[in-house]
Design a protein around this ligand. Structure first.
Ligand code: NDP
Length: 259
């Protein structure tokens, strides 16, 4: 059984807005000390200020080895251990497969998948106690995949879906390789009300009204509802859950009118 939430130190990548900020908010409400991350230092500062005394900010680009190494080093140096890593940073990409350039493919893979690998490696070393100053001997990782790619396919999401499927596969590998010291699980959200979906909506690439009609719960998710699933997987209540992907889609996939 892991530490109670109120004694945990967590790092949430991409937590300056959207789902990541909601995860950081929920975790601090449960008494967790949270390291907030994003590329923009000003946004990191604003989020830390809003979250209050349990938050600490480290701006870093998690697609780079240098960025993830600095994020891990600062967190370990400041708190002496890290109990929970939430790999949330990500980006959407919606365009016909034939139009996706190699640069666009690479950026999407780097942000959604490579960052998850790099952070898992950097924080895995700390949690397993193999880092230079590491003293922790356990922890949990929660990866933010997606219904799209993590579970199902979707037109015009080649790089995004491939990356999110990769996140689910990586989750299983790390659960198998690092258990029992580290539990590793994923959440696969359906459509969530964030800047990401607002942009897709503005570009006409998703139909918010149709999503509501197809979803048994009648609407898109609030970021806080994804955060609650992450908190569940991070908590001692999920002590025997590892390698799992928790779909949080309001029933979207079972609700589609197939015939
Ligand atoms: P947003 O675009 O609203 O927020 C993304 C966050 O990630 C921001 O804080 C951003 O800050 C940060 N970020 C992006 N790139 C990097 C990077 N290279 N290094 C560090 N931080 C980074 O996204 P959402 O909240 O909508 O999505 C969060 C996660 O949930 C993503 O992994 C997404 O794929 C997944 N998801 C979202 C769904 C949705 O409907 N919204 C559905 C299913 C999954 P900054 O730009 O300042 O770096």
């Amino acid at each position: 059984m892991g530490r109670p939430l109120a004694e945990q130190v967590a790092v949430v990548t991409g937590s300056t807005r959207g789902i990541g900020l909601a995860i950081a908010t929920r975790l601090t409400e449960h008494g967790v000390t949270v390291v907030v991350n994003g590329r923009d230092p000003e946004r990191v500062e604003v989020a830390v200020h809003a979250l209050g005394r349990r938050a600490y900010g480290v701006p870093a680009d998690v697609t780079t080895l240098a960025g993830t190494a600095r994020l891990a080093a600062e967190a370990a140096q400041r708190f002496g251990r890290v109990d929970l890593l939430v790999n949330n940073a990500g980006m959407a990409q919606a365009k016909p497969t034939l139009d996706v350039s190699i640069e666009e493919w690479q950026t999407c893979l780097d942000t959604n998948l490579t960052a998850t690998f790099l952070c898992s490696q950097a924080f895995g070393r700390i949690m397993l106690g193999t880092a230079e100053k590491g003293i922790a001997a356990g922890g949990a990782i929660v990866n933010v995949s997606s219904m799209v790619g993590g579970v199902t396919g979707s037109p015009m999401r080649a790089a995004y879906a491939a990356a999110k499927a990769g996140v689910v596969a990586l989750t299983k590998v790390l659960a198998a390789e690092w258990g029992p010291a580290i539990r590793c699980n994923a959440v696969a959200p359906g459509y969530v009300e964030t800047d990401m979906t607002a942009l897709l909506d503005a570009e006409g690439r998703i139909d918010v009204e149709a999503i509501g009609r197809k979803t048994p719960m009648g609407r898109m998710a609030f970021p806080s509802e994804i955060a609650d699933a992450v908190v569940l997987l991070a908590s001692p209540a999920a002590a025997f859950v590892t390698g799992a992907t928790l779909v949080v889609d309001g029933g979207f996939m079972v609700g589609a009118p197939w015939a």
